[in-house]
Design a protein around this ligand. Structure first.
Ligand SMILES: Nc1ncnc2c1ncn2[C@@H]1O[C@H](COP(=O)(O)OP(=O)(O)OP(=O)(O)O)[C@@H](O)[C@H]1O
Length: 554
């Protein structure tokens, strides 16, 4: 072996040991160039078709070409070998036993991701993928650097170390244009999971003289719509496109005016439909549609609004170019059948248990209280103890069930504590003010109805107290999910009375699923779980979605 090749061998080995860190920035430059080349080609294509819905195969070929370009430039024989492997084995076989033969495989969208590391990640994070169209899966994307986007567009991710499991697992599919149902625990970064593919989609569209709505995100509550708007606005800022939030309780005229200049709308169903019906919002060019908190959106209350919104956008089942994405932490069977009517061959991606599951970052405590009239005394005692323990920087969120109850409890607590409240009887301005005060820490105690149960990402909520049990076990999961977010720890305390005994079985299952203590007093109510009804009042059948191949790495 010549001195030169010996030196090269050592150098390559060193690179491998240091996880290719030193060559990574070089690769990155090549990658950005290659990505740009690819996106130029795509742009031309899209001028003809408006949006290319890339199939997995197309993406595979595209990225194989991408790899090839890089490798030609680098002229390294070692890289050529690796390229061949990547090209030959561009996807993971899903049949049982595929894991053992997949030691050198990777996927189209994981250029830099080590397939072994990706499989280990799937196993560790309990990622399961069910795709009705193929027995092959795309491996997760383990680093932000693997995203097929120039660095300048992903600046918004720099605060995070790496993609969360739902981001890692859903991006390859979302970037390939597939419809996705993504189920992952509360506080696990689902907003960025659907936000980044929106960024990619918008970035590929030809520049428009007069903007039209291309991305639509539907949220169940005004506060969540505002929060998602802020997140999307920041994430999409490098594109220089307008993002608008439309929701009830605020002047329609201003929202309508802003919507005329916008490419992205985040909205609650009622106001969105209002604006669509007024002709102020035109959704006929929407190519990327997200139902956030999808199970809530498909619930009886919103079902008709969602049908109407969907029908104002291109219908993929009738040849329209719309990618449809559903995300939630809960996915009850009661909504699955309805969901499948809006989706085309959806890939279902689940992080963790396929059963109803609370975030494992939360310590769940259940106190059974025999006399419901004692609940509020107990609440006061809990607040005295925990507010002191938590200190000024921590926050406590108390959930009531009804608006009147929330208002009454807030007023009672005000005699002893600094407290704000949020519920549907308040004006929108008062709701926003209360939430701002809680978010900023000016007041560290909030009493809320389920209007604050879903999606809200409030820093440093250490404790959630369920003063009154919610109407559904899914709401319980979302309520307590206001704590223990983004890998932090939190606690929930639920005051459970004999009036709530119908929920005992489901609650026990949720506690057991998360390895939490089940108090004997709760067990006394029994462990039976009542059959659920779907949106039409019928008992939920078992096979709501198209049969799919499910891959679980265990
Ligand atoms: N890759 C990441 N690494 C660390 N934190 C992240 C990452 N992505 C997002 N986050 C943060 O995690 C927090 C929770 O994210 P997000 O609100 O999107 O959760 P979610 O899964 O939608 O929760 P929910 O089910 O309650 O709606 C946010 O503060 C967000 O900034």
């Amino acid at each position: 072996m010549s001195k030169h090749s010996e030196h090269k061998r050592k150098h390559d080995a060193q690179e491998k040991v240091s996880k290719k860190r030193s060559k990574h920035s070089k690769d990155k430059k090549h990658k950005d160039k290659a990505v740009k080349d690819v996106s130029d080609v795509t742009e031309v294509t899209e001028k003809i078709t408006e949006k290319v819905t890339e199939t997995v195969t197309e993406i595979t070929e595209q990225v194989a070409g991408d790899v090839s370009k890089k490798e030609q430039k680098s002229k390294k024989s070692k890289k050529d070998k690796s390229k061949k492997k990547k090209h030959d084995q561009s996807s993971e076989k899903s049949e049982s036993g595929s894991t053992e033969s997949a030691d050198s495989t990777t996927t189209s969208s994981t250029l830099h991701t080590d397939p072994d590391a990706a499989r280990a990640f799937m196993k560790e994070q309990e990622i399961s993928i069910a795709d009705p169209t193929t027995k092959e899966i795309l491996l997760p994307l383990l680093s932000f650097d693997d995203l097929p986007l120039p660095d300048k567009l992903t600046a918004g991710l720099r605060n995070f170390k790496q993609p969360t499991p739902i981001q890692a697992a859903s991006w390859p599919y979302l970037l390939a244009g597939r419809d996705v149902v993504g189920i992952a625990e509360t506080g696990s970064g689902k907003t960025v999971a659907f936000g980044i593919p929106a960024l990619r989609y918008l970035n590929q569209l030809p520049k428009e003289k007069h903007p039209s709505i291309r991305v639509l995100v539907v949220s169940p509550t005004r506060e969540l719509a505002i929060q998602t708007y802020e997140n999307m606005r920041d994430l999409l800022a490098p594109l220089g496109l307008n993002v608008v939030a439309v929701y009830g309780g605020a002047p329609k005229f201003e929202q309508a005016r802003a919507a005329r200049e916008a490419s992205v709308i985040i909205g609650t169903p009622g106001r969105l439909l209002d604006l669509i019906n007024d002709g102020a919002v035109n959704c006929s060019k929407v190519g990327y549609l997200v139902l956030d908190e999808a199970d809530r959106m498909l619930d009886t209350g919103f079902e008709q609004d969602i049908r109407n919104i969907m029908s104002a956008t291109p219908n993929p089942l009738a040849g329209g170019q719309r990618q449809t994405v559903f995300f939630s932490a809960t996915w009850p069977e009661s909504v699955r059948e309805l969901a499948s009517t809006f989706l085309k061959d959806p890939v279902k991606i689940t992080i963790g248990s396929d059963e109803l599951a609370a975030s494992h970052n939360i310590t769940q405590i259940v106190e059974v209280i025999d006399d419901p009239r004692q609940k509020e005394y107990r609440l006061e005692a809990l607040l005295r103890k925990h507010l002191k323990e938590i200190g000024k920087n921590g926050k406590v969120l108390v959930f009531a069930l009804y608006k009147k109850e929330a208002a009454r409890v807030e007023n009672t607590l005000r005699r002893k504590f600094d407290v704000v409240g949020i519920h549907g009887d308040l004006s929108q301005a008062a709701r926003i003010q209360a939430l701002d005060s809680f978010k900023s820490g000016r007041c560290n105690l909030l009493v809320a109805t389920d209007v604050a149960a879903r999606g809200l990402d409030i820093p440093q909520v250490q404790l959630v107290i369920n003063l009154t049990f919610p109407l559904t076990i899914e709401d319980y999961i979302h309520r307590i999910g206001r704590t223990g977010r983004a890998n932090t720890k939190g606690t929930s305390i639920t005051l459970f009375t004999p009036q709530d005994k119908g929920h005992a079985g489901e609650l026990i299952n949720v506690l057991r699923q998360a390895n939490q203590t089940v108090p004997d007093e709760l067990l006394k109510f029994g462990t039976a779980v009542k059959p659920k009804l779907n949106a039409y009042g019928a008992r939920v059948a078992d096979a709501p979605m198209k049969a799919a191949t499910k891959i679980v790495f265990d």
